[in-house]
Design a protein around this ligand. Structure first.
Ligand code: C6P
Length: 417
């Protein structure tokens, strides 16, 4: 993606015209204010259209038929792989594996790389702010292989404690697996520096980019990571498709994780030889139409420019911080607005997060409440549940005003009780 010149400013009102669901009115007269984008984003007509067109005109299984439709479907599927390659600046299309999502991508590496390479006492370095998808697969691996898990701590304001990185990176560290952007704190982690330091210590690096790919440009060549994972449904695409990027020379040497159709060169009754990349890691029928619609989502994001998307979210986040910090009884978790992506997680004094989400919903405002699949992070922060507003390219400053009004209303309802 070009970085020449300042990013264009987004017009969220024009963008909203592309998203039919955003004109929903709920509970009689409340316009939908959708602030649950870190969980899953909405879909523009262009993505819905690509999905429909695929099913109406081009659909057949891929890499199987010699017939006309299957060839069309295969071409579209493989063209999307190239779009994804360019989107993250990978060196080769073979390095792009379609998976069901971030969780599946991380599990693929835990199973394939982890089972093949880890021996008892080997170490994996994670952090306290990881999503369960970047904790549990490694816990399972540690149990299978006798590996040891270590965790980079965080500061009270939600930054990784980099001072402890060198101490935690030992000669036994085989992998560092980290989120690029926290799905709760919004912290943008210095993954480039961490990747460099991990490599210096002889470890491989996996980046969980589930909250990065939708919001900021990604360049795996510049970053130098070995593996990277993200999900289509958090970046305007359909659910059911995600991406695993891996450096070709590493993926080439790994055994396949799932076995079945497509991932083989030949099969006999008692053995098989695996296919080359990327087919080796795409066993069974892949998410064909969702992957192609993810391509349409990438086109949409490229047209706007991810730098412009980010700038828009920075503006929303700063505005939300100013507004919420002015409301007594609101505590925002994580770094200052300037240091994070478009995620504002907060606690309302005296009101449980589930009640907050319910009362906000009555005002039409959709936020997520709970532990957001980060229980260890919540333990570290000393809270069991939080409320999270997360923004995307179609959100407006006026919607943040509505969030502020809905919070005041929730406090008013609770005071009356
Ligand atoms: N976080 C959230 O509301 P899947 O479910 O596989 O598409 O993505 C998992 C995942 C992994 N890492 C991070 C940093 C994530 O944020 C997520 C998904 C959603 O925060 C759903 S729990």
């Amino acid at each position: 993606m070009s970085t020449a010149g300042p990013p264009a400013t987004l017009d969220p009102y024009a963008i909203r015209e592309d998203f039919p669901i955003l004109s929903t009115v709920l509970h009689g007269d409340k316009p939908l204010v959708f602030l649950d984008n870190a969980a899953s984003t909405q879909h523009p007509r262009q993505v819905i259209g690509a999905l429909t067109e695929m099913y109406e005109k081009h659909y057949a299984n891929v890499h199987r038929g010699i017939h006309w439709l299957s060839e069309q479907s295969t071409d579209l599927y493989e063209q999307t792989r190239e779009k994804v390659r360019a989107f993250i600046n990978a060196a080769m299309t073979e390095e792009i594996i379609f998976t069901p999502g971030t969780t599946a991508s991380i599990n693929t590496i835990a199973r394939s790389w982890g089972d093949a390479h880890l021996t008892p006492g080997d170490e994996i370095l994670l952090s306290v702010m990881e999503h369960h998808s970047n904790l549990v697969p490694w816990q399972q691996l540690a149990e299978r292989q006798g590996a040891v898990l270590r965790h980079l701590p965080i500061t009270d304001d939600g930054h990784l404690v980099l001072d402890q990185l060198d101490e935690l990176l030992t000669e036994r560290t085989k992998l560092v697996s980290l989120t690029s952007i926290s799905n709760v704190l919004g912290t943008v982690n210095p993954i480039r520096e961490i990747t460099r330091r991990a490599h210096d210590a002889g470890a491989l690096v996996l980046i969980d980019a589930a909250q990065h790919a939708p919001h900021l440009p990604l360049d795996v060549a510049e970053l130098g990571c070995d593996f990277l994972a993200f999900s289509g449904h958090k970046m305007l695409g359909p659910s059911g498709v995600g991406v695993l990027y891996g450096r070709a020379e590493i993926l080439d040497a790994l055994p396949p994780f799932l076995g079945g159709g497509s991932m083989i060169n030949s099969v006999q009754l008692d053995r098989f030889t695996p296919a080359d990349l990327p087919a080796k890691f795409e066993a069974g029928t892949p998410p064909i139409a969702p992957a192609i619609a993810l391509g349409a989502a990438i086109d949409y994001l490229n047209n706007l420019g991810l730098e412009a998307v980010h700038q828009h979210e920075v503006q929303l986040t700063r505005y939300a911080h100013d507004l919420l910090e002015g409301i007594a009884g609101v505590q925002i978790l994580g770094p200052r607005a300037e240091e994070k992506a478009g995620i504002v997680t907060f606690v309302l004094e005296g009101i449980h997060a589930h009640d907050v989400a319910h009362l906000l919903d009555r005002q039409g405002v959709a936020v997520r409440a709970g532990h957001h699949c980060t229980q260890p992070l919540h333990d570290r922060l000393g809270v069991t549940a939080t409320s999270r507003a997360s923004f995307y390219l179609y959100n407006t400053l006026a919607e943040i005003d509505q969030l502020g009004d809905a919070i005041l209303h929730a406090q008013h309802v609770f005071r009356r009780r």
